[in-house]
Structures are given as C-alpha cells and as structure tokens.
Design a protein around this ligand. Structure first.
Ligand code: SF4
Length: 165
C-alpha cells in the first residue's frame, strides 16, 4: 500500500474509540467540563492517604492496556501545569494542607476528580486518629469514581468525562 493511500485511509477513518460511558462514575450535578479542556487535560495525581490499591489502578489506567492518554489525559508533575487534580485515599492529617495547597496551586478552571471509596466516606480508615476527613470535606468534587479500588475502566471514564473524547 502506498504511503499516500495509507494517509488517506487514516484521515477518512478518524479516531475510533468506545463510546464514553458514565456507568461507573458519579458526576456532580450541574458540572460542565470546561470547554478549554476538551480533547486535552493535564492531570496532577495526589495520594492523600491511600492504601496504594487505588494507585495500582491509576497506574493501570495510564498504562499501555487502558492507555487513557489516547483520550487526552496526561499526568504532570506540578499542579501549576495541571487542569485536573485527581485525588486518591482518605485525607490524612499530614496530607490535608498539601492537598489544599495543590488544589489552590492548580489554575482555574480546574476540575477535581476523586478516586475510590475512601475519598468519599473514609472507607476502612474511618475513625482513625490519622484521618482528617474526606476529599468532599476539603473541596468540591466534580467527578467521583466509586469502588475499593475502582476499576481502571472507571478511572478512564472519569477522565474522558473531562476531556469529552
Ligand atoms: S478505596 Fe480501597 S483501594 Fe482505594 S485507597 Fe481506599 S482502601 Fe485502598
């Protein structure tokens, strides 16, 4: 096949992906993804006190099998470069201020995504002396991914709800 024909086929086919499903995620009522994030959103991930189970699933979502980067979501190292703050785990006493600072350092219009049951109800860590509260206690959450831990497909769906790809 000639290169010209191949390029023509790629142009005609466009992007092929599964439809976005909201089945496994909870989107805040009234949340509208910022139009400037359509197609591309940079994600700062913060582990606020997780058992690491959710991190394994986040790593899988960004790994070669689920590959959420193909939908425009990319991990970045600094909140200054981020559009989305993705939080896992209960908010521990030691991480409450760093999480608050990370959210404040992320430019508007920012989106907060919470991943895992701990972020909403403290999960198995409820009543621990080391727990400051839930992510919902600290900030308004736009998209929540339930589960302990949630499946990578659900994390992908949450980020696609932001990038709309
Ligand atoms: S939701 Fe489950 S897997 Fe995720 S941090 Fe909490 S206990 Fe661990």
């Amino acid at each position: 096949m000639s290169l010209t024909r191949l390029i023509g086929m790629i142009a005609r086919t466009g992007t092929v992906a599964e439809p976005i499903t909201a089945a496994d995620i909870e989107v805040r009522e009234g949340f509208v993804p910022p139009p400037c994030l359509r197609g591309s959103a940079q994600v700062r991930h913060v582990d606020a006190g997780s058992c690491n189970g959710c991190e394994i699933e986040v790593a899988a979502a960004f790994g070669p099998v689920y590959d959420v980067e193909r939908f425009g979501a990319r991990l970045v190292a600094s909140p200054r470069h981020a559009d989305v703050v993705a939080v896992t785990g209960v908010v521990s006493v030691n991480m409450a201020d760093p999480l608050r600072n990370t959210i404040e350092a992320t430019p508007n219009p920012r989106v907060v995504v919470s991943i895992g049951d701990c972020t909403r109800n403290c999960g198995v860590f409820a009543d621990s002396y080391a727990v400051a509260g839930t992510v919902d206690d600290l900030t308004e959450v736009d998209v929540h991914v339930p589960g302990c831990p949630p499946a990578p497909e659900a994390i992908v769906a949450a980020l696609r709800a932001v990038t709309q790809r």
